[in-house]
Design a protein around this ligand. Structure first.
Ligand SMILES: *Cc1c(COP(=O)(O)O)cnc(C)c1O
Length: 391
């Protein structure tokens, strides 16, 4: 048994294990009651009429853009500072991502910057609650309404959070949650599209299931619309279905969501108390009207540190068996976007400056106080070595 502290770790109890085993024994492994229940629970929690379970958050974003009618040649606005899926989904539908830099404090796009990026060809906005922080999403929703450009909310990092009374998952015409093992809840792999729009919901149900007709799908032809005709396909669809095993896991995790959020909140507060006052570290700041459903705990080194310093610290933490990561290198600087669109260093100065100095620390509900203390001690020792060598 090693003492290594992982960057993240799913919180799976006997209840989840029992639920998955029971589903295995039921003989029904796809398209069944677990998925229906999981969809109902997530939609209800997000305050939306429909939930459509899919096999990943990324698949959900892809279908979201298709359902909003984004086509080749269209432009879609998306953050430079996010996980790569927030832009890849735009590439999948043949549209062009238009990147917007982030606010240095919230790490989200600013509404005025998004508005300035709108052109005649803009067909959608991908709004992201980066690290789970919804600050600015209300303003983004207003811009979306004012210009009649729908927002696809990439809510993959924010399940359970809100700003004021507005829940994450309600800012976009369509929103998508992700259930990869490091998220607030996990299904192993999985995602969920939520929306109040009946047409979008029916279209997403059809698209995830090989283009088969779905209930409420008014654009199907009549013969094929007979539900149950397994070999009739109304449109070019995908196999983005979520299995019953994944959904069964999700149902139990959803029932534990409040407890999981509470545990994550407590871990974030412990890090905050422990690291507050260190002049080399910038801690996440959360507005008073925000209820955070913490996704990750990401600190930033102060301006005096370089990307090399940060990487040296991450390496050092890892050498001491402490998980750490550099969330996120800006998307436009990822190889695909550099090669295709010619982006270069300096194009998104805030995302670059932030992305060079972030360190994601081990963050999961079951991390102990002792482990948090060990992480912070190791970090402090590394910082001391770095600054001692220099001062
Ligand atoms: C996790 C995440 C996704 C979806 O990831 P999958 O691994 O495809 O479920 C999408 N966008 C953001 C911002 C994410 O953090």
């Amino acid at each position: 048994m090693t003492d290594s502290i992982p960057l993240s770790h799913p919180d799976i109890t006997d209840a989840e294990i029992r639920a998955v085993v029971a589903t295995l024994k039921s003989g029904r492994l796809s398209i069944g009651p677990q998925l229906e229940e999981f969809e109902r629970l997530v939609a209800k929690r997000a305050g939306r009429a429909h939930g459509i379970g899919v096999n990943s958050g990324t698949s959900g974003l892809h279908l979201g853009l298709l359902a909003l009618g984004v086509r080749p040649g269209d432009e879609v606005i998306t953050p430079a500072f996010s996980f790569v899926a927030s832009a890849n989904c735009i590439e999948y539908v043949g549209a062009k991502p238009v990147f917007v830099d982030c606010d240095p404090r919230t790490l989200n796009m600013r509404a005025e910057d998004v508005e300035a990026a709108i052109t005649d060809r803009t067909r959608a906005i991908v709004g992201v609650e980066v690290f789970g922080n919804p600050t600015g999403m209300m303003e983004l929703a207003k811009i979306s309404t004012k210009h009649e450009i729908p927002m696809l909310e990439d809510a993959c990092e924010g399940l359970g959070g809100r700003q004021g009374n507005e829940r994450i998952g309600r800012f976009g015409r369509v929103a998508v949650f992700g259930f990869y093992p490091n998220k607030q809840i996990t299904t192993g792999e999985g995602g969920m599209i939520v929306t109040d729009d009946d047409r979008v919901a029916a279209l997403c149900r059809s698209l995830r299931n090989q283009g088969r007709a779905a209930p409420g799908d008014t654009e199907s032809d009549e013969a094929g619309a007979e539900l149950g005709s397994w070999l009739m396909h109304q449109r070019l669809g995908y196999n983005y279905r979520m299995s019953e095993l994944n959904a069964a896991l999700g149902v139990v995790q959803m029932k534990r969501l409040d407890k999981l959020i509470e545990a994550r909140q407590s871990v974030a507060q412990q890090y905050m108390r422990r690291l507050m006052g260190n002049p080399h570290i910038i801690l996440p700041t959360i507005d008073a009207d925000v209820f955070m459903s913490w996704f990750v705990y990401v600190i930033r080194l102060s301006d005096r540190f370089t990307a090399e310093d940060r990487d040296w610290i991450i390496d050092g933490l890892r050498r001491h068996d402490v998980g750490a990561s550099n969330y996120f290198p800006p998307i436009p600087l990822q190889l695909h976007y550099r090669l295709k669109y010619g982006y270069d260093i300096g194009d998104f100065p805030v995302a670059e400056s932030v992305g060079q100095r972030t360190i994601a620390l081990p963050f999961f509900p079951t991390i102990t106080e002792r482990e948090i203390d060990l992480v912070c001690q190791t970090l402090e020792v590394m910082l001391k070595r770095l600054t001692f060598a220099r001062d």
